[in-house]
Ligand binder design. Sequence first.
Ligand code: ZN
Ligand code: ZN
Length: 172
Amino acid sequence: MWITLTINRLNIKMEKNKNLTGRCICGQVKYIVTEKPLFTQACHCKDCKVITGSSYVINSSVLDNTLIIEGEVSSTELKAGSGATCRAYFCTKCGTYIYTDYASAVGRLTVRTKTLDNSENFPPQAHIFTKDKDPWLNLMDDVICFEKMYDPKKTWPEESLKRYGEYLKNNN
Ligand SMILES: [Zn+2]
Ligand SMILES: [Zn+2]
């Protein structure tokens, strides 16, 4: 038991120390995420369809002190249907949408998962607003779907909740 616990802790520490990298399509903006994302989710809502020009977006939530941007980004304020505001950040040269700062997500930033170099390592852990999902898009049976939103306390992994909770405690 003791050995298992030690190994688990070691694994978490190693994963935490592994930097992730990402970029825009023209390469003017490059970024580093210094800790693994807290949670990755796909959103099928109508706003995300318009913003992406596609069926859904995939977003990874990271602690706001773990995202390091290199290059020039511009930003604009967007308003969701719910009235919630966010600030979206883009490459000034090619317009690739890199990340979002949601007013409601204190201490976190939301990276566009598919701008990560190894985005295949971060499949969606949940699909949200599936009430607006395109009817021809079939999700696998084992994926976690929500008609609208979910309660992070019930859906996020224990480790992510703990990490986020500690961050808020130490930075507010
Ligand atoms: Zn660019
Ligand atoms: Zn959405």
